[in-house]
Design a binder for this molecule. Structure first.
Ligand SMILES: [Zn+2]
Length: 437
């Protein structure tokens, strides 16, 4: 009798062990509802960085607790303001009108302005839709441009330089522009500030919809390069602050009625600073060869307004410039495929080859990393969602950032809005291999 009991116990233990090793049961693929949604944009946190974080990172644990797709896509041009507009509106660049981070100032052929004014948005944001249903909205950002761009229909907006008085002191990066080490350290501190401020704002203001931007992987990636030890540390520090906030949200019960959607707005590509021709001076080349045309530079993308200049001669000229990979003509099939033709948008959009950047050569040293192109390194991003309404252990079918706005509306029960694609389709299994070292 005793022997039988021992045998049964051993058998039970073996079964329990086996169950632990077996592939997990298929996850639910149904989206539920939520009272509060936080869209957390980890600026420039490329999918390529996930294996640096590894499968024991907080981000990997959060992915397991929720639904994940680690090779989702941003939209083109792969820039911050473009992709935040896409997240907040659910359409591509040509439709919302933020084609890249910059545009020419009115009447100028070379002076650029940031595309950060709310009136530059051609379509309805999910803030506007949320407000129409009496919901509360907020922006917490390490980049003030995003507070400005989405200031319309935003109840609570804060950044490090435009700070709510109940939030703690925040570093001002402009004070360290010329000091690499100080700039790096202040970026790490600012990312911590964003996470801490976000939690405070969520607790105190109880917004239903919050947009967040964590700037450090972008700024450190530009300055030191996506392959640098500084970038690796910046990403690890983000993971640490994220884990701390996530545990607080879990412990306080906040996660039971809050959905956290974590994405990046674009990736990053190494600039070849050893090559003394890696900087392509688009402004000067345009001015010298086509004096009527205007040009603006934006990392790995450049924009040209022809102003009557013969299009083919401009295309022929820049096709022969070292480092220019592609020229997209307004009205062409390619422009339609990428959906980049907007009302006052450029006539030509140029992409650089990997390693090249639209910048005067002496300035290249300041930009060891850049983005904007259609390359995988610039376009591939993680998409992770967790908390209220999200089944644990689910995968997500291939999608891009246009699916976030409809997702937010479905979770919060917001009607209206006209989106280009539908909510992300959940899958019964998730693939987290990108976290493997
Ligand atoms: Zn950037």
């Amino acid at each position: 009798m005793k022997k039988t009991i021992v045998l049964l116990t051993v058998l039970a233990m073996m079964l329990a062990l086996l169950a632990g090793c077996a592939p997990s049961a298929p996850a639910s693929t149904e989206l539920g509802s939520s009272q509060r949604v936080v869209i957390l944009v980890l600026d420039a946190l490329s999918s390529a960085y996930l294996n640096e974080l590894g499968s024991n990172s907080n981000l990997a644990k959060i992915a397991k607790d929720g639904a994940a797709r680690l090779d989702a896509q941003c939209v083109y041009p792969s820039h911050t303001l473009t992709n935040h507009a896409t997240i907040m509106i659910g359409v591509s660049a040509g439709v919302h009108g933020i084609v890249g981070n910059v545009r020419l100032a009115e009447g100028s052929l070379s002076t650029t302005i940031k595309s950060k004014e709310p009136e530059m948005l051609n379509s309805t944001t999910i803030f506007e839709l949320a407000k129409a249903q009496g919901l509360k909205t907020a922006v917490v950002s390490g980049k003030n441009n995003l507070v400005t761009l989405f200031s319309k229909d935003c109840d609570v907006g804060t950044s490090n330089v435009n700070r709510l008085d109940y939030l703690g002191d925040a570093p001002d990066l402009s004070e360290a522009e010329d000091d690499n080490q100080a700039y790096y350290e202040m970026n790490l501190e600012l990312a911590d500030w964003v996470f801490e401020s976000l939690y405070t704002v969520l607790e105190r203001e109880e917004p239903n919809l919050t947009l967040v931007n964590v700037q450090s992987a972008d700024y450190v990636g530009h300055r030191f390069g996506p392959d640098s030890k500084e970038l690796k540390t910046a990403v690890e520090r983000i993971d640490k602050a994220l884990g701390k906030m996530y545990n607080k949200m879990k412990k306080s019960g906040m996660l039971e009625n809050t959905t956290l959607i974590i994405v990046a707005d674009h990736g990053m590509t190494v600039t070849d600073t050893e090559n003394d021709k890696s900087g392509i001076n688009l402004n000067v080349l345009t001015m010298m060869n086509f004096p009527e045309a205007g040009a603006a530079i934006d990392g790995r993308t450049g924009y040209i307004w022809l102003n009557g200049t013969d299009k083919q001669s401009v295309i022929d000229f820049f096709s022969n410039v070292e480092g220019v990979a592609e020229i997209i003509e307004r009205g062409s099939d390619r422009a339609k495929e990428l959906s980049v033709d907007s009302v006052d948008g450029p006539d030509l959009i140029l992409n650089t080859e990997a390693g090249y950047i639209f910048l005067p050569q002496p300035m290249v040293e300041q930009y060891h990393g850049q983005h904007g192109s259609l390359d995988e390194s610039d376009m591939t991003i993680p998409m992770i969602m967790v908390g209220a309404g999200i089944p644990a252990g689910a995968g997500i079918e291939m999608t891009d950032l246009r699916s976030i706005a409809p997702l937010v509306c479905q979770l919060l029960g917001i009607s209206g809005g006209s989106f280009e694609i539908s909510v992300p389709t959940l899958l019964p299994q998730q693939d987290l291999t990108k976290f493997k070292k």
